[in-house]
Design a protein. Structure first.
Length: 191
């Protein structure tokens, strides 16, 4: 079993790379954007099926663990997990799971509301204890309310979720009424 590969990216395809390591070119599926001729080290998850053996690569162990947790959800295979991880940042995804935010998860291509809700139900207790790069208060009621307020103004969730998380974590004691004007200012490019 391959645990980690380090080498040079020889080719970048649609959702995969050819990673040259020790004179061998490995086809590694990855949700990350990698550039040709760059040197990388990827943690590898090998998925064996009746008709194929596929390598999935991640730059961090946390991303690999999240992939494994996602594929452990019934109905979520490697393809759907990669789609989710390619469309949503790891911290954003973990927050969405911990806060029950199915709308954010459903923004990934090929992921509907039912699959998003199933992911939340099966992983919420596992992800809820994970440490985030922002304050725990970011998972309070302010984030879902801020997202709902901005969506009602016509903004797409996938465009605002990262900014909203950061804003809530920077202002943990502020209510939604105070956060909305600041968010609108950030969206419009104001300081």
């Amino acid at each position: 079993m391959i645990g980690k590969l380090q080498g040079v990216i020889d080719y970048c395809g649609d959702g995969f790379v050819i990673l040259m390591a020790g004179g061998v070119g490995y086809k590694v599926f990855t949700p990350e954007y990698l550039t040709p001729k760059s040197t990388v080290a990827l943690w590898i998850e090998t998925v064996v099926r009746e008709d194929s053996i596929r390598l999935f690569g991640f730059s961090t162990l946390a991303a690999q663990n999240l992939f494994n947790q996602l594929t452990g959800v019934s109905g979520v295979g490697p393809k759907v997990a990669m789609s989710i991880m390619g469309a949503i940042k790891t911290d954003t995804l973990m927050t969405a799971i911990a806060t029950g935010d199915a709308k954010t998860i459903a923004t990934a291509p090929g992921v509907g509301k039912k699959v998003a809700e199933k992911i939340i139900v099966e992983l919420k207790n596992k992800i809820g204890g994970a440490s985030f790069e922002f304050a725990p208060d970011a998972t309070s009621g302010a984030l879902p309310d801020l997202l709902a307020a901005l969506e009602s103004l016509g903004y797409r969730r996938m465009d605002i979720v990262d900014m909203a998380q950061k804003l809530v974590s920077e202002n943990p004691n502020m209510d939604v009424a105070g956060l909305v004007p600041i968010a609108l200012k950030k969206i419009s490019g104001g300081k």
